[in-house]
Design a protein around this ligand. Structure first.
Ligand code: URA
Length: 194
C-alpha cells in the first residue's frame, strides 16, 4: 500500500490500537501545512484538544501560537502533531505502550511532510522522537541531526505556563529555529539560482 494522507486518515479513523480509545471524545490527528519545513511535536491532546479533535487549541496552544507569531510563523506555515493522538485521562503522561502503539502514525506523518526541522515540545516528544534518556532541562536548545533533519528539543508550552521564568530559554530556542529556517531557505534560493 502506497503511503498517502488518504490512506493514513482511513487507518487512524476509529483507531483501537491502545486503551486511550475508550476514553477519548475525538482523535486529534494533527494539522497544518502538509509541505511544512517545520514539524512541531507535542505530547498528547488535552481537554480542549479532545473536544475539538485538533492539536494545541487549549491554553498551551494559545501560547504556542504567540511564540510562533513572535518568529513570524503562523499555524498555516507549520505542521503540528502529538506523540499520542488521543487524550490520556487527567492529562497524564502517555504510557509507553500507548506511545509505541501511536508512533506509527507520527512516523507516517513525518514521512509524508518531509520536514527539514522537527521541534520536540517537551520531554515526551523528545523521548520518542530521538532519545529515550532525554532530560529536557539539560538538553533543550541543543540541536541534533537525524537522517538530515534538524531536531530541537525545547520546553513544552504547558511547562512555560506553569513556570514562566523558563520562557526566557524557550524564547532563545525559538530564535534559533528562526535562524536555522532562514539558513535553510537561503540555501534553497541559492540552489534555485544555480
Ligand atoms: N499538549 C500537548 O502536548 N498537545 C496538545 O495538543 C495540547 C496540549
Amino acid at each position: 500500500m502506497q503511503l498517502s494522507w488518504e490512506w493514513l486518515t482511513t487507518q487512524i479513523a476509529d483507531c483501537r490500537a491502545c486503551d486511550l480509545c475508550q476514553t477519548r471524545t475525538n482523535i486529534a490527528f494533527g494539522e497544518g501545512n502538509k509541505n511544512a519545513d517545520i514539524l512541531f511535536i507535542g505530547e498528547g491532546p488535552g481537554r480542549e484538544e479532545d473536544l475539538q479533535g485538533r492539536p494545541f487549541v487549549g491554553p498551551a496552544g494559545q501560547l504556542l501560537d504567540k511564540m510562533l507569531a513572535a518568529i513570524g510563523l503562523y499555524r498555516e506555515d507549520v505542521y503540528i502533531a502529538n506523540i499520542v493522538k488521543c487524550r490520556p485521562p487527567q492529562n497524564r503522561v502517555p504510557l509507553e505502550e500507548e506511545a509505541n502503539a501511536c508512533i506509527t502514525y507520527l512516523r507516517a506523518q513525518t514521512a509524508l511532510i518531509k520536514p527539514r526541522i522537527i521541534v520536540c515540545l517537551g520531554a515526551t516528544a523528545a523521548k520518542y522522537v530521538y532519545d529515550k534518556d532525554v532530560r529536557i532541562t539539560r538538553d533543550r536548545g541543543h540541536w541534533k541531526q537525524k537522517n538530515g533533519v534538524y531536531i530541537l528539543p525545547t520546553y513544552h508550552p504547558a511547562a512555560l505556563l506553569r513556570d514562566p521564568p523558563k520562557k526566557h530559554e524557550a524564547w532563545a530556542d525559538f530564535q534559533q529555529i528562526r535562524k536555522i529556517l532562514d539558513e535553510l531557505n537561503s540555501e534553497k534560493t541559492l540552489i534555485k539560482q544555480e
